[in-house]
Design a protein around this ligand. Sequence first.
Ligand code: PLA
Length: 457
Amino acid sequence: MASAAFTVSSPAASAVAARSKVLRGGKGEARTGCRVGITRKNFSRVMMAVAVDISRFEGVPMAPPDPILGVSEAFRADKNDLKLNLGVGAYRTEELQPYVLNVVKKAENLMLEKGENKEYLPIEGLAAFNKATAELLFGADNPVIKQGRVATLQSLSGTGSLRLAAAFIQRYFPEAKVLISSPTWGNHKNIFNDARVPWSEYRYYDPKTVGLDFEGMIADIQAAPDGSFVLLHGCAHNPTGIDPTPEQWEKIADVIQEKKHMPFFDVAYQGFASGSLDEDASSVRLFVERGLEVFVAQSYSKNLGLYAERIGAINVVCSAPEVANRVKSQLKRLARPMYSNPPIHGARIVANVVGDPAMFGEWKQEMEEMAGRIKNVRQKLYDSLSAKDKSGKDWSFILRQIGMFSYTGLNKTQSDNMTDKWHIYMTKDGRISLAGLSLAKCEYLADAIIDSFHNVS
Ligand code: PLA
């Protein structure tokens, strides 16, 4: 029993040992690197499970629903016709239907015609995708690409890329902590927690101005220990929809440089904030132009509508090509035991679309249309709120926010009212996804917001 976490002595414990031996195949063979998951603490619970012969999972509690994806589950269970899902950031048409981009269908047809095989990809992913994704992010003629200073690994969309980078930080920068904005996308904390990377928050949102707390942000980044990682949303900050101005980005870069921090960008919405791929990458490019080493996680869930294909990348800009090679080798080493190698379908779609000038043009047009539709509902929501709300409240902050979301300022009780009374599903932090809203539903949403804001505290 070299692998057990405690010494077996009592008859009862021997029974457990015998049972666990049976469950492990009865041979009691030494399994190096594997520990029986029984500690003194949960030993009695396991004993009880054995005694009454009930599940060995008695000690596993029910997890709470996910604050974002759990909203979609609740929405599906609601039978009311008025229901509206503004929880997850997923683009819908004006008819509130999911949207597959025409250019994606075109690329998929081409792929089908070619009859390509389904062999494993290398650990680092599809070479044509990695080239295309780095060029899209940094710009094709960026010197860092020409000089081979970027380590790019295709990974499991934005989330998987962030998780891989977190594992890298945990392994090679065990002393460092990650600074994340307050608030941020809820899953950031889970990602760093699971990777055992310590994090703390920097001020970002100012409820008084419903804008950026720029002074607070700078002060907190300045006060962090030198060499910290600073997680930044490349564009369309989630959940607030508030981005720094170009001048503010310069100052953020100044402090990060001064403090020898490592900028770590999460770019989940390139092209979706402004409608322009280049404009939405300008924050990242500014840091790269300064010669800094930078981490960037990318996602194609939103801008190409490839949510379920799980396609994205982690890019690490390094000071020299030889450093990039080493970093890449270690990212591959981390990916191999986690998921071995990434899926091919989405990678081929991206590579085909970006690699073909005609399809690339079509994509940009469709992206502009999607971003445009979101801007239209944003305007209509603001107009409806301003016309209907007689209290004199200024709703113009909605127009100042960009991207898929609006951060309404509604608190948890008010958000509960939106769902319980109005069948409008949203996250409990007051965020609504405008990508899930139609022009036709703006007035209804405005009624619900006004009721929740003024009649519920
Ligand atoms: N980073 C940010 C800032 C995000 O908002 C999201 C997605 C991701 C990364 C990850 O996306 P991906 O793994 O699909 O590439 N945020 C969504 C969905 C749209 C979610 O929570 O998973 C959201 O509703 O906030």
